[in-house]
Write a protein that binds this ligand. Structure first.
Ligand SMILES: Cc1ncc(COP(=O)(O)O)c(C=O)c1O
Length: 383
């Protein structure tokens, strides 16, 4: 049998990694990138209520409920002071991952180059490869901020888009408004798209609120913003998100959406109608716990000489460099098998140096402490 295009794509890295590990009982996971809190009651209730009605159990229009798109446009106006047209510039999707695939299919041709900053969010890199585009990696500095000289060198006539993720998974970095503006301007100058992932838009701890690159492109000519309800409203299982894009892309994203999913799940759209108007007020209630977790992890990390971590301002991740002769894959494997603690190896995120990602978003204080004790013991013995 002829091999499929997927043979050239890496395995889904988390599945592959965990399949190579002998999982002990009673393991503590810093692996999962989801928040610990429950979704808003009114959102879950709305989904339940609509399930038995035709609007809930039938397909919605491909672009999503119109009243939901209107609420999304109002949200963008209120928070980012940008006016968008709910009929031509918004699509509701089954999460941000689907939005990314949809938009990339709509804007690219095979062999186009898509620029990502490292460490990367691997699913987007995989999506680019699956559709025949070439991922190009640009480095970041020691605070995981974009390296502009590397970025400028990597733009070629084949470049189609620059992808930013701010706040960032896997690093927790929040790009400065100035950096985002510069990237957006570079895109305008070189006729590129700026694909901006804003999935962690509300998760910024010590700084001014999130600035979307939509603000730097008031006529919305080249900026595409991706949003999700998976994190801010803890609705990852509902598969619901949305994207904002230039209106001349509408017909092409509709072709993709109609083929690839038809529409986002209707009950999830009903939930979104009730969640989105809550804005950041919902997840902010839980920030004292997230901040306490973050401070705690940082204090422990600063006391360890074999690791180098950066104090980041967003999402709920630390991306840590380790002084170790071992690969990050082997190190993370040993941490699980011997010390019963899961962190994700840096290799998953397209960096070769020994490193790992730790998510502090999903754990109570007690479990966090227990997990950190195991991690410290493991690192001291292995490194
Ligand atoms: C940066 C980033 N973008 C997108 C996603 C996927 O979001 P969704 O659940 O809306 O597909 C994630 C999930 O972890 C993420 O970290």
């Amino acid at each position: 049998m002829q091999l499929s295009r997927m043979k050239n794509i890496r395995h889904a890295p988390i599945i592959q990694f965990l399949s190579q590990v002998t999982m002990p009982e009673d393991v503590i996971s810093f692996g999962q990138g989801i928040p610990f809190f429950e979704p808003p009651f009114e959102a879950v209730n709305a989904a339940k209520k609509i399930c038995s009605k035709p609007q809930g159990y039938q397909y919605s229009t491909d672009q999503g409920f119109r009243d939901l798109r209107k609420i999304i446009a109002e949200k963008i106006k209120k928070e980012q002071k940008v006016t968008i047209n709910p009929d031509t510039q918004v699509m509701v999707t089954a999460g941000a991952n689907q939005a990314f695939m949809n938009i990339l299919l709509a804007i690219s041709q095979p062999a186009d180059e898509i620029i990502f900053f490292t460490p990367t969010y691997f699913n987007y890199v995989m999506a680019a490869k699956m559709i025949g585009c070439k991922p190009i990696f640009v480095s970041t500095d020691s605070s995981f901020q974009p390296d502009f000289s590397d970025l400028k060198n990597k733009i070629t006539p084949n470049t189609k888009a620059i992808v930013t993720i701010s706040p960032n998974n896997p690093t927790g970095a929040v790009y400065t408004p100035d950096s985002l503006k510069k990237i957006n301007k570079l895109c305008a100058t070189h006729s590129l798209f700026h694909i901006s992932d804003e999935v962690y838009e509300y998760f910024i701890y010590d700084d001014t609120p999130h600035i979307s690159p939509l603000q730097f492109d008031s006529s919305l000519s080249h900026t595409i913003s991706l949003f999700s309800l998976s994190k801010a409203f803890s609705l990852s299982g509902y598969r619901i998100g949305y994207m904002i894009f230039p209106e001349d892309l509408l017909l092409d994203v509709l072709k993709v959406q109609d083929t690839n999913g038809i529409a986002a799940p209707s009950p999830s759209q009903a939930a979104a109608l009730h969640a989105i108007p809550l804005g950041d007020s919902y997840c902010k209630k839980f920030f004292p716990i997230l901040k306490r977790n973050r401070n705690h992890v940082q204090n422990i990390f600063s006391s360890l000489s074999m690791i180098h971590s950066t104090w980041t301002k967003g999402a709920y991740y630390f991306f840590v460099n380790i002084d170790s002769p071992q690969s990050s894959w082997n190190l993370a494997k040993r941490l699980i098998e011997k010390y019963r603690v899961i962190v994700l190896p840096g290799q998953m995120f397209d960096v070769e140096y020994p490193s790992f990602r730790l998510s502090y978003g999903n754990l109570s204080e007690n479990v966090l402490q227990k997990g950190l004790n195991r991690l410290v013991e493991g690192l001291k013995e292995i490194c």
